[in-house]
Each structure stands twice: as C-alpha cells, then as structure tokens.
Design a protein around this ligand. Structure first.
Ligand SMILES: *[C@@H]1O[C@H](CO)[C@@H](O)[C@H](O)[C@H]1NC(C)=O
Ligand SMILES: *[C@@H]1O[C@H](CO)[C@@H](O)[C@H](O)[C@H]1NC(C)=O
Length: 270
C-alpha cells in the first residue's frame, strides 16, 4: 500500500485472506459511502452510521519519547458522526481485556509485534491504552457488531479493529510525508501550519487535523468515509468533519524524538 496512492483503497480481501478460523464480516454490494449517502440506508452492517467519519489518529511523542525516532505512532481509529460529534464507550459488555492474549489466540502475532513498536502509550502502558481505544471508540463502530458476522467467533471484531487501524496507519507515513516537504524534526526550526498542511495534503489529497500542545506539533488526524463495512469495505479519504486543529498559524515546533529532554542527565549522541 503506497502512501501517495492510499486515498482510495480496499482492505477487505486482504483482511479476509489473513483470517484464522474467524467468521466472515458482512459482504456488502452497492452500498453508499458513509456521510455521503443520498437516501437513508437501513443495513447497519454495511453502512457506518451514525459514526460515518472514521479518523485514523497519530501521535508524535517527544517527552517522553515513544516509538521509533523516524516514525509517528498510532493513537486510534475513531468513528465520528458526520457532524464532528461522536459517541464513546458504546458497549460495556465488550470492553475486552488482555488484548495481547486475544490477538495471539487469533494467530495475529505479527500484528501484535507491530503494535508493540508503533502503537505506544506515552505512560508506558500499551495494554491499557489499547483497551481504552477499543472500549471507547472500537465498540462504537456499528459495522463490526458481532451480529454482523457470519460464523462469528468470540472477540473477532476486536481483531478486525486493530487490523484495520494498523493497515491504515501503514499507508499514512506522516514522518515521510513531512520530510518530503523539508519538514524535519528540529529543536530550533519552526514551521507554518499551512506548510505542514500542504505537505500532508500532497500525500492524501485532503486536509488533515493538526494537534499542537505548547506550540509543538503532537498529533495528526486523517479523515475517511467508508463504502461498506470497516473490515471489508473501502476507506475513502475525505475532509475533516469540523475545524479542530489546535496549531498556531506560524511558529509551530516539530521537536526531535531525542535531545528534547530538559534534564541534563540524559545521554546525548546515542
Ligand atoms: C444517510 O443515512 C442515515 C442512516 O440511514 C440517515 O439517517 C440519513 O438521513 C441519510 N442521509 C440522507 C441524505 O438521506
Ligand atoms: C512550553 O514551551 C516553552 C518554550 O519552548 C518551554 O520553556 C516550556 O517548558 C514548555 N512547557 C511544557 C509544559 O512543555
């Protein structure tokens, strides 16, 4: 999956092919695109509603540093309503725990290894962070309800949630897209929001949401609508569901994942 060509791609057959003793998500034909539908769609296994805008969100954590120095990390996959509001914690009976155990039992050890590198909690507790993302956001994705699967096996919708999020993330290399526009981490340089947006828009074709804290770039959110179900459908890049960027117009810092510690005790040059 290439970065430049990711704005419209199908995940379905790939994910189905990777399945281990799992059921099959709904197969959907001639469905409308979520949030872009022109008539009401009643098949809730083939049409994402009310959460029809799916966000793939990423972190750039420098204090403490998480993940590889030359990669952003995964935050989550969130279903927003088409107007930018969102539901959260939609099904407490599916607030699953022991996500490594669930993924391992499903034969998804390489997915788990990937998550251990790229889906990081800045407090160092990846497992609770994954549980939080799943319970808060994953349980609100209507097209992965257990009842949508033929031959449902326990917790397989959680496996689909993490699998789809990782596949999307792999096609959205924020570090590379910024570097291609000369936007590289620096303790001294600053950038305009317009330059950062232009770099990411060149890659995706659409505006993203930028998150800053204390004048420093920390988050990027990518926005999609979906044709069909989340596990078997097609993600179509789209504009944000509202203006939520929190970065200043100019003077935005993008700090390196090393050498940013204020403490003089940290070693340098490693
Ligand atoms: C799109 O589908 C949703 C869910 O069925 C529905 O509530 C909404 O009214 C539809 N939009 C249009 C323009 O028909
Ligand atoms: C915010 O940035 C200023 C100036 O770069 C720095 O001195 C300060 O420590 C930062 N505050 C936090 C909470 O990171």
């Amino acid at each position: 999956m290439s970065f430049s060509g990711f704005s419209k791609f199908a995940l379905g057959s790939l994910l189905v092919a990777l399945g281990v003793d799992a059921g099959t998500p709904a197969s959907c034909t001639n469905t409308q695109i979520s949030c872009q539908n022109t008539t009401a769609v009643t098949d809730s296994c083939c049409f994402n509603a009310p959460g029809g805008q799916l966000l793939l969100t990423q972190f750039w954590d420098t204090d403490p540093v998480t993940g590889p120095v030359d990669s952003w990390t995964l935050h989550g996959l969130w279903p927003d309503n088409c107007d930018g509001t969102y539901d959260a914690n939609c099904d407490s009976t599916r607030a699953y725990t022991d996500i490594p155990g669930i993924l391992t039992a499903a034969g998804k050890t390489s997915l788990l290894r990937y998550m251990q590198t790229y889906w990081k909690d800045n407090q160092g507790d990846d497992e609770s962070f994954w549980e939080h993302e799943w319970s808060k956001h994953g349980t609100c994705i209507n097209t992965i309800k257990p009842s949508c699967y033929t031959g449902y096996t326990s917790k397989e919708e959680l496996v689909d949630y993490f699998e789809v999020a990782v596949q999307l993330f792999k096609g959205l290399d924020t570090y590379k897209a910024l570097a291609a526009a000369g936007i590289t981490p620096s303790t001294s340089k600053t950038y305009t929001s317009a330059k950062i947006q232009a770099a990411l828009k060149a890659a995706t074709g659409h505006t993203v949401t930028l998150g800053c804290s204390n004048g420093t770039l920390k988050e990027v959110w990518y926005h999609f609508n979906v044709k069909g179900s989340v596990p078997a459908g097609e993600f179509i890049a789209t504009e944000p569901d509202g203006v939520k960027s929190t970065c200043a117009t100019s003077g935005v810092k993008y700090l390196p994942k090393s050498g940013t510690k204020t403490s003089p005790s940290s070693p340098t040059g490693l």
